[in-house]
Write a protein that binds this ligand. Structure first.
Ligand code: OAD
Length: 251
């Protein structure tokens, strides 16, 4: 149940000079039709992460892994940003000190026009040479849907390429982690549509709290973060964000 007085209080915190950081997870894209990972309809209910989203899985069976990513790319390509993405995109232009950190690889924040997105887990629209051949950049964009060949080939050396996402057991890009940590030094920290169980993303919420930020969670259900944030709003991100945005517009 959304307590409307809470939304007034959140809107009051979103002043023009406030440093605002938002962390999003799969729930922000749920209304667009992108499957989440956990919960009854979640991907990890139907598929086993260790067979599809690890280095070992790819080394064992690149075709299987690419078939799964090709299927996900096709699903995502058919989705459009929803009202939640749109509000955050508008805030990224409205507020001079606004940072959006996402765990999502779907690219919907970027498609909504959000400025300066920090992608903790990479992008499903990027690829990298599996063997890291000398002629290739670290990553490049490949938005072919469906892929013309599975497994797809490196345009530089003809070998295998891999999806530009972070798999289980892999390290995150230290530069991005550094920027995310820096962004926890803020006045308002909103965590939206994430189960808050995957680290280091989930630790950012605690870090922001420790550093004195006013912390807000927006989620359909309670998560481990609900216990320590200042306000836990239980509701759909696309509705709650639109409600808060309306309050901003009304001044
Ligand atoms: P999860 O699937 O773990 O959690 C999605 C969260 O969104 C749940 O807490 C839902 O209650 C909530 N939710 C669903 N629909 C919502 C809506 N309309 N409005 C608000 N909340 C909603 O997804 P993440 O937390 O993003 O990592 O998962 C974190 C990481 O685990 C992912 O980035 C992925 C996964 O394994 C990698 O692939 C490395």
């Amino acid at each position: 149940m959304v307590v409307y007085g809470e939304l007034d209080a959140i809107a009051r915190r979103l002043r023009r000079d406030a440093r605002i950081t938002v962390l999003t997870g799969a729930g922000i894209s749920a209304a667009s039709g992108v499957p989440t990972f956990r919960g009854a309809e979640g991907l990890w209910n139907e598929f086993r992460a260790e067979q599809l989203a690890t280095l070992e899985a790819f080394a064992r069976d690149p075709r299987l892994v690419w078939e799964w990513y090709d299927w996900r790319r096709q699903r995502i390509a058919a989705c459009r940003p929803n009202a939640g993405h749109d509000v955050l995109a508008a805030w990224s232009r409205r507020f001079p000190h606004f940072t959006l950190i996402t765990q999502n690889v779907d690219g919907l924040h970027e498609r909504a026009g959000t400025r300066g997105v920090l992608r903790m887990h990479g992008s499903i629209w990027e690829v990298a040479c599996w063997s890291g051949c000398a002629g290739s950049p670290a990553r490049w964009t490949d938005e072919a849907v469906p892929l013309s060949e599975i497994p797809p080939r490196c345009i530089y050396c003809g070998g295998l390429i891999r999806p530009g996402v972070v798999w289980f057991g892999e390290a995150l890009d230290p530069e991005i982690v550094g920027k995310c940590l820096e962004a926890t030094r803020c006045d308002v920290f909103l965590t939206i549509g994430t189960s808050a169980v995957v680290h280091p993303a989930a630790s950012l919420i605690e870090e922001a709290r420790r550093r004195g930020a006013y912390t807000v969670e927006i989620n359909l259900e309670p998560t481990p973060a609900s216990a320590f944030v200042d306000v836990a709003v239980q509701g759909a991100a696309e509705q709650v964000l639109a409600d808060i945005d309306r309050r901003l517009e009304q001044g």
